[in-house]
Design a protein around this ligand. Structure first.
Ligand SMILES: Cc1cc2nc3c(=O)[nH]c(=O)nc-3n(C[C@H](O)[C@H](O)[C@H](O)COP(=O)(O)OP(=O)(O)OC[C@H]3O[C@@H](n4cnc5c(N)ncnc54)[C@H](O)[C@@H]3O)c2cc1C
Length: 457
């Protein structure tokens, strides 16, 4: 079959890989001039890499790890110890370290017990409260999709103080919103995996830029297999014939119309909504996409003339806008410059910061960072970058789970992939790869059952 995939992020690439391996003729369309979507990176005028976001893989990301192994890129990242390190105001760190040598969930429970982050009574309440996800099932967690994590936390005997100290930072790292906004299902799904799999909490960071380490070698393999990858090819409209209920083509921004047997959207949900024909919205599943909203997030990169943190891992912070950050000059070998730190920070919640100018955002980030790392006050900031993503991942708020679509749609030759579609890992790279596996299954099933009318083979 001839298949068009729109969107060259992780979901689009993984779908293109598996479908082309099955012998299909795949064209991958991307509106930007670079690959990777939210996992993209590009070079500034000095040749330094600017990243759309700091990305971490977890040991629980079996589909992503399997995919990287399948394409020979299992060596593209380094594992860091399973530890949540929290920078403390005024300097210093406190952490929750998953204890090595102990199986899950004991590694996490002993980690909480040993941590200096919480008081004895907070630890006791956490230990008791977390029994439900620890001994619970995905079915129990699915039932928590319509309440916030904060509601769930308080209803299970844990107090606001542990939200302030730990859980807000975790919610922000996972979905760029705090515990009083995010669905309990999202946080509990992560906790369930940490509780059931000993290696789930270990964290992997790409050894350098995802552009060089992941997308360039992957694109080479895809092109060798005949996949056509077109950059600067923005989908302007998905053409749909309501009489036959078929997608009949993809119209690009330059007016060109491309046709195929099957069409896959690997665009983020807000982009897909903009380009769907009105006649597609008669299908409730597609109309319901209006309930899925992207969350704003900002990435800041600060280049210092000297080392301002020696932590070779992710760092969390509570009560600031810099929920999670790292120093790529420490954590990624390709970025080791020997000189200073490159601090890459996820700035969230970011909604109220978007109206500010870059200089104002920078001033806030530097102030908060220096409050946690006083060493930065004596260092010179050489340069900085601010990357704004107004619609990043979909906001996993209470009540929206029911609107996440399956990868097969009511239009027989039109399919969806992406981290917002139905799969257990919600808004993450693992989620996007899972969704790609599922979309490939749906396409293959539809082809075998004759639901897709092939014209191009
Ligand atoms: C700051 C930040 C940090 C993150 N950190 C982590 C992390 O640590 N771990 C983790 O697992 N996840 C993380 N994520 C989430 C992760 O990046 C996403 O879940 C993942 O990239 C989703 O992949 P996707 O392929 O579904 O969508 P995307 O990556 O958004 O790719 C979609 C592609 O579609 C393209 N597109 C859009 N509109 C059109 C159009 N009209 N025509 C053609 N192409 C179009 C886009 O340009 C893009 O390339 C982070 C995200 C951000 C923003």
């Amino acid at each position: 079959m001839r298949i068009i995939i729109a969107g060259a992020g992780p979901a689009g690439f993984a779908s293109a890989h598996w479908l082309s391996k099955q012998g299909h003729q795949v064209t991958l369309l991307e509106k930007r001039s670079i690959p990777g979507g939210k996992v993209s990176a590009w070079q500034d005028d000095d040749g330094d890499w600017v990243e759309s976001g700091l990305h971490v893989f977890f040991g629980a990301y079996h589909n992503l790890l399997g995919f990287l192994a399948e394409v020979g890129l299992e060596d593209s990242f380094d594992w860091k110890p399973a530890e949540m390190i929290f920078a403390q105001p005024g300097g210093g760190y406190a952490s929750i370290e998953f204890v090595k040598g102990l199986p899950a969930p004991l590694n996490g429970l002993f980690g909480v017990a040993k941590s200096k982050l919480m008081t004895f009574s907070e630890k006791l309440a956490m230990g008791r409260g977390l029994m439900k996800p620890i001994f619970g099932s995905q079915a129990y967690i699915d039932q928590q999709a319509d309440i916030t994590y904060r509601e769930w936390h308080l209803a299970n005997g844990m107090g606001q103080s542990t939200i302030d100290k730990v859980m807000d930072a975790m919610a922000l790292a996972l979905n760029f919103q705090k515990a009083d906004q995010v669905s309990a299902k999202l946080v509990l799904t992560a906790l369930l995996h940490f509780a059931k799999e000993t290696d789930a909490p270990k964290m992997g960071l790409v050894k350098g830029s995802p552009h060089e380490r992941l997308w360039i070698p992957l694109m080479q393999q895809l092109r060798d297999r005949g996949v056509i990858i077109r950059f600067d090819s923005k989908v302007d409209a998905i053409l749909h014939d309501p009489a036959t209920n078929q997608v009949t083509g993809i119209q690009l921004a330059d007016g060109q119309i491309l046709m195929a047997d099957a069409y896959i959207s690997a665009m983020p949900v807000h982009s897909l909504r903009k380009v769907m024909s009105d006649s597609m919205r008669v299908h409730t599943e597609l109309d319901n996409l209006k309930h899925l909203r992207g969350i704003p997030v900002i990435t800041a990169q600060l280049y210092y003339d000297r080392v301002v943190t020696d932590i070779d891992n992710l760092i969390f912070s509570s009560g600031t806008h810099i929920s999670v950050y790292a120093d790529p000059a420490r954590v990624s070998p390709d970025y080791h410059s020997g000189a200073g730190s490159i601090i890459e920070l996820v700035v969230a919640p970011a909604e109220k910061l978007f109206p500010l100018r870059d200089e104002e955002i920078l001033a806030l980030v530097i102030k908060e960072f220096s409050g946690l790392h006083p060493e930065a006050l004596g260092a010179k900031l050489i340069k900085s970058h601010i990357v704004r993503i107004p619609n990043s991942v979909y906001a996993a708020r209470p009540g929206v789970e029911q609107y996440r679509p399956d990868q097969a749609t009511p239009i027989p030759n039109f399919f969806l992939t992406g981290d917002y579609t139905q799969q257990e890992f919600m808004a993450s790279i693992e989620g996007s790869i899972r969704s790609a596996r599922r979309v490939v299954d749906r396409v293959v099933t539809a082809e075998r059952s004759g639901t897709i009318r092939t014209q191009f083979n």
